[in-house]
Design a protein around this ligand. Sequence first.
Ligand code: NAD
Length: 496
Amino acid sequence: MSNLPHISNWVDGTHAAAASDRLVVINPADESPIATVDATPHATVDEIVSKSLVTFKEGPWSRAEASDRFAVLVKAASLLRARIPEFVELEVRQTGRPIREMRAQLARIPEWLEYFAGLARVQEGAVTPFKGPVVNTLVRLPLGVVAQITPWNHPLLISMKKIGAALAAGNVVIVKPSELAPLSILKLGALFKEAGLPDGTLQIISGYGRDTGKFLCENSHLSKIDITGGLATYKAIASVASQNMIPITAELGGKAPVCIFPSMDVQQAVKASLFASFIASGQTCVTGSRLLVHMEIYDDFVNLLQKRTKALRIGAPTDPKTQIGAVINKAAVERCTAFVSQAVEEGGKILCGGKAVTVTGKGFFFEPTIIETSSTSHLSCNEVFGPVIAVIRCKDEEEIINIANGTSFALGASIWTRDFTQAHRVSQKIDAGIVWINGHHLNDPSSPWGGFKESGIGKENGREAYESYTRVKSTVYNYGIMPEWFDDEAENARYG
Ligand code: NAD
């Protein structure tokens, strides 16, 4: 291990001295160690929060002109755009996702910085109606020191959504990336510094969630916690944050239905389902993990789906021809295997896939798997976070809607139909934060992203995300003469 490169925390504009405890980041495609990072201890976390608080109070970022924040973020976007290949390589190695996916995803990430830079630049206050000779001006101010806890599946995309919004609004940001894929994020510090971000404004600290993440979220000096991860993680964080009155934005799990109606051409429906289900080996929060197919086209759909799923190329993530890469670790393989076994015990029928495979004799891979099952099975109701997909025969539109709404999640859903009226009708009845019509996974910096029910609280993207990193302050001006309140003769002594 001592020969491995070490990437230490990014603190106060430089890589800090390495911590004595380290963790190893593994390439899930071949189990080779890539690098070590700090397992940041409690005292260091608290020290970084304290320093960050001083940086927030003293500026310069928290007091910078919007035009200056705009310039820095736009410059960071252009630096990132120039270095996409370098970041793609790192993302592929640490996540095991195919290079063609990561090229497509990373090419768009600079847009998030540009979008939030734009919002900061055009942000306007308001003057609210008031009775009497009174004017209330509203301004949006940054919150303070904010913590961002991010997952491993889209390391850069998710971090940049959060970092972009928080920095644009003038906050000091502490990011704690996933212990499984922290490398690309640790490299961002230098890029932002080069773009002109003042030292200490973006702090990036690595470590296990149960230690470093927990220590960070327990700190009462934070002004917000923004977490993307699992429900159990959210609950652990929220129970402490609530004691400290720290607001939380939470992007959590999902069980996205793919609702397929008979007007849809079968070829198109299968193409859509493969895209919805198997991007990132099913390891996205909006994976189309339940295919709800109208009985009129069910048999044709399933026949073609089996054929096309079997033909997907599993392989080394670095090979541009690879369509299905690795899953993140051994635990993911075991979880997929357990879901398959339970689905079969409950009467489910494996239509294709169903087991772990290897590509080079090492690494964590799982076959793209389709299981015909009931809408109430364990597989149909719980998040796998892997390439194990339920397909359910549905008798009509009403049943599709009921099943779509029948889990504790409500993040994403897609509707596939050529009937415009039906698309509109069904979209209104589906309870989810994001409903796509004849699309899936579509994402844009301006398009609010977030779920209902157990899928989360609040939004990433859009004005909502930007505003959630601000607090509104009213300044109320009386431009009249203050009436005498303690004058017995005075009527209407009070206005406003
Ligand atoms: P996870 O909950 O295991 O970890 C997420 C982050 O939380 C990591 O950085 C981890 O170190 C940290 N963490 C864990 N325990 C913590 C604690 N007690 N205190 C503070 N931090 C802690 O999730 P994961 O495996 O990295 O990601 C998978 C989950 O994320 C899935 O449920 C998936 O659906 C969800 N997700 C949601 C979205 C979305 O936009 N809604 C996007 C991607 C992933």
